[in-house]
Design a binder for this molecule. Structure first.
Ligand code: ZN
Length: 654
């Protein structure tokens, strides 16, 4: 799911004008999804706090549901029935529960086709079973209901308008399905198969999950029948009804099959929508090749336009405010990461949102000539580091604002994957991602954070415990200081010292490989420095270099200063006397532990020509008043002394 922050879009338009890039606005990078702002405005969404799964969730398995809805987009009202086949996983299950907001009315309940009593309170329908079923038998439950779902402006069920035409649409994530239909709001049990029947006035069309089996007019009404034969999480079921125009595009697969991309768009948007077809097919083709073939290829992928300011990844049919590149890339990515594999807990929302955000980044890396990749990375890092704190892990999963926090769950989650890719290398990283998608334990099911990490650790043959401790559970990011200098105590080698502080005290030290670009004589070398301790010293060249750049390809969440400095004095083992004839001066370096010293210069006749106190560990002694010739320079400290013969050549003014 994604909310678009329109302020950021304005900033972006400005940026694009400044850059004077000749691009189509539809391809512009990073609408900068900021869910936090939108969610903060939604008072009603706070109602979701404290949701608990039904008592029977571990003892029942919903294997099929038939959803029968009647709606009129002009009226905020829904009536219908939900039929469920429920398998009992234990003996003697005494009751089944469904979730339905108390504001909705349950008309009746049938169990094995007989009317049965029920209780509806605390947003649960509790049905005591007439006889105790045996394990592995199946009970058939049908709930008949109606009501005017709460209008909260965010979903779950909204009746609104586009132009002057009415529309009804739903958006149930994370806890909103029960607001408009009797369901099992669960992250433990996918419904193995569903049929959705939507009846509405005949001038409208209805969009939903899976394949459109039938769309029939009968009298003044029309009934669409959608059928979906893949496991689906409750929150990924959606319906949208308005005066849609529809069209399909097809992506050819290498095996001769095709994937249908079926679009339900507003009549006033039809021409614009059709202009996006090439981009949409390119993104779909890219995900197929980078990961695994679109998991629901035998049915369809599709978009249904709706009235919310963003997108929602309903399985096989994302609901979209528009079909711009980044929103399409994000919601489509969820079909793999979010829908095919669904998070097992809202604590780990990054398995959905961090991944979809990163896949969007990957489309910028690989499509549109890669021209927005760098900008995308820049935007993410700026957004993440705009505040010093915050973890990807969601500690409080009752706070919907926090679950969908754009900076943390989306951007930092995405960059966590990018940094993991940097640590692992491309080949292992993408193999790990594929292994995760191909894991039969979680494909078409739910995944935990630990299951994902396990796949990456297995393929990389290493532990990522520390990495995830710092970057998933820990808050903030490192602030680096890179100091490079010529080490005269070590044959003039170029040294680099890396120091770091943390923006938040929850992480003491981020152990990372640091990308550094070293420039000399117009050429560069890329280095990968494993930073494992504070104030770590690296030899990066045999002699002085021109420039050092920190992380030029933006692999890391970090801030950094790069400083060209005098040698770090503690590294000088001995007194250094360095003639700098060009500047007509002598440089003297003292090891820190030697403290202050005295300098004397005598000519070859033994005459003292200059004397001074050395108060710094690095001093420049001006000798421009001395004639050309050979001198003896003597430096004395409390502990050591050193004398060197120095040639001062004829002074040449520059
Ligand atoms: Zn999303």
């Amino acid at each position: 799911m994604v909310v678009i922050n329109f302020c950021s879009m304005k900033k972006l338009i400005f940026l694009i004008l400044v850059l004077a890039v000749q691009l189509v606005w539809g391809q512009a990078p990073d609408p900068d999804f900021n869910d936090k702002a939108a969610f903060s405005d939604s008072r009603v969404y706070q109602k979701s706090a404290g949701f608990t799964e039904s008592a029977d969730y571990a003892s029942t398995d919903v294997i099929y549901q038939r959803l029968n809805f009647t709606v009129d987009p002009a009226v905020n009202y829904i009536s219908g029935s939900v039929f469920s086949s429920v398998k009992f996983l234990k003996d003697d299950v005494a009751q089944i529960q469904f979730d339905l907001t108390d504001g909705m009315t349950v008309d009746s309940v049938q169990y094995n086709q007989k009317k049965i009593t029920f209780q509806h309170s605390a947003n649960k329908i509790s049905i005591a079973l007439p006889s105790l079923p045996a394990k592995n038998t199946i009970g058939l439950v049908e709930v008949f209901y109606h009501g005017a779902p709460l209008q909260n402006g965010m979903g779950s069920f909204v009746s609104s308008k586009h132009n002057t035409d009415p529309i009804i649409w739903t958006l149930s994530e994370p806890y909103g399905a029960k607001d408009w239909w009797p369901c099992k709001e669960s992250l433990a049990d996918k419904i193995d198969s569903i049929d959705v029947y939507i009846t509405c006035p005949k001038q409208y069309l209805s969009a939903s999950n899976g394949k459109l089996v039938d769309d029939k007019v009968s009298g003044e009404n029309r009934t669409a029948h959608w059928s979906h034969r893949f496991p689906i999480a409750t929150y990924l079921i959606g319906i949208a009804v308005t005066n849609y125009q529809t069209y399909s595009d097809f992506l050819d697969l290498s095996d001769g099959k095709k994937i249908e991309v079926l679009n339900y768009v507003y009549p006033e948007y039809l021409a614009t929508a059709k202009s996006k077809s090439t981009d949409i097919l390119n993104i779909l083709s890219f995900y197929n090749s980078k990961f695994i073939t679109y998991p629901f290829a035998s049915e369809k992928y599709g978009h249904a336009q709706f009235g919310w300011g963003g997108g929602m990844e309903h399985q096989t049919m994302s609901f979209m405010t528009h079909l711009e590149f980044e929103l399409v890339a994000h919601e489509m990515a969820h079909q793999w990461f979010g829908d095919y594999i669904t998070l097992a807990s809202w604590h780990d929302i990054w398995l959905n949102e961090g991944f979809a955000t990163y896949l969007t980044g990957l489309t910028y890396e690989n499509l549109l000539n890669g021209q927005y990749w760098s900008t995308w990375k820049d935007n993410q890092v700026k957004r993440i580091t705009s505040l010093p704190d915050g973890a990807v892990f969601v500690a409080d999963n009752t706070n919907v604002n926090r679950i969908f926090n754009g900076r943390l769950s989306y951007s930092k989650g995405a960059y966590l994957l990018h940094m993991l890719r940097w640590e692992m290398g491309d080949s292992l990283f993408f193999n790990g991602m594929k292994n995760y998608l191909n894991d039969p334990e979680i494909a078409n099911g739910f995944a935990s954070q630990q299951q994902f990490v396990k796949h990456m650790e297995t393929v990389a043959d290493t532990s990522f415990t520390e990495f995830f401790k710092d970057w998933y559970y820990g808050e903030g990011y490192p602030i680096y200081r890179l100091t490079y200098y010529t080490d005269y105590g070590d044959f003039g080698k170029q040294k680099l010292r890396i120091s770091q502080s943390s923006s938040n005290s929850s992480v003491g030290f981020f152990e990372m490989h640091i990308p550094v670009m070293v420039w000399k004589n117009g050429k560069y070398t890329d280095l990968r420095l494993h930073n494992t301790i504070q104030n770590q010293e690296f030899t990066i060249a045999e002699s002085t270099v021109d420039k050092i750049e920190f992380d030029p390809d933006k692999w890391l969440i970090a801030k950094a200063d790069v400083v060209n400095s005098v040698p770090h004095v503690s590294l000088i083992a001995d007194i250094q006397i360095i003639p700098e004839a060009k500047y007509r001066r002598i440089r003297v370096l003292l090891p820190e532990y030697l403290g202050k010293g005295n300098l004397r210069i005598v000519d070859l006749s033994g005459r003292l020509v200059k004397a001074c106190e050395l108060t710094e560990s690095d001093s420049h002694i001006n000798v421009s008043n001395l004639k050309s010739g050979i001198y003896l320079v003597n430096v004395v400290t409390n502990e050591k002394q050193k004398t060197e013969k120095v040639l001062l050549s004829p002074y040449q003014a520059e």
